[in-house]
Design a protein around this ligand. Sequence first.
Ligand code: SAH
Length: 344
Amino acid sequence: MKKILQDLNFVEIEQLVLSLNEAKFRAKQLYTGLMLGKRISEINLSPSLREKLLAEYENEPVKIIKTLASSDGTEKYLFSLADGNVIEGVFMKYKYGNTQCVSTQVGCRMGCMFCASTLGGLVRNLTSGEILCQVLAVNALHGGTAAKRAVTNLVLMGSGEPLDNYAETVKFLRNVTAEGGINISARNISLSTCGIVPKIYDLADEGIPVNLTISLHQTTDEGRARTMPTAHKFKIAEILKACAYYFEKTGRRYIFEYSLIAGENCDKKHAEELVHLLKGLPCHINLIRLNEVKERKLKTVTEKEAYSFLGMLEKGGLSATLRRQIGVDIGGACGQLRAGYLNG
Ligand code: SAH
């Protein structure tokens, strides 16, 4: 595989252009073109620079090879990478802006029982440029520019565990929030993790105040370990301590994801335990009905049951919402599109 130009920030692009004996102003042209989601071959450059770049760098590191459009405006994409691997992403329209869900790894090694991304294990980490290219490609697809973005919000909730690919994820966060680039505000970015505690502390110290989202899904360590293998290593109490540190450092309220699984985590007892665990903390709870994955036995709950659980949390004084299920007609759950593609 050739190198990926979108791994570089503006200063590094400038150094590269100078090292190739090209005029410094070419760096701006190149960077502007890349941020518009253009291929190297499409950017207005001197022929000599274009040729030198193409010899060493991927012309289009991330390509949209399939788009599924839902009747509610949601779009799902399959992207191919230069080495032939595929990843997926989602684009969702909300009143406050357009949110893109991006992947940070090909596959995942966290092994959560309900998640399709983990079915084939981890294939490889994405580079920061490959994560960025997903955003640039979708922004361009919707006619966005750096000045007027079509993608305004990001969630790192595609395939992969962002904190298991820490260095590239952080580099991506720096580059996607950089002034002069696509410049998406850190406040409009949510990073979701299954709870890799030491990395939550590291992230808090990076000075990039993204929204921290924790996949909780259970009220006890034993219950959590049944569906999430990482729970054997990182206990809920340690996760809550790390969240408190994150809040102290960034001032950002944190969010818990709680996917409702029939017979597993949404009885009255669980609501009470959740209230006990989280009451008074600067957090919000996002409930979502499990998206059933055909390879797994776990079942979702009815809408009525989901609202009843929400009601119990609210009555207990928690701030919670039930996420509207969107794009259900095109396969909502993480990793389903890729799994379908790989299985033919
Ligand atoms: N590795 C990160 C990002 C995962 S995807 C993490 O664990 O947070 C984003 C969210 O979707 C996570 O909360 C994940 O647990 C949840 N999720 C995965 N598969 C799901 C499914 N089939 N139904 C509902 N939620 C699911």
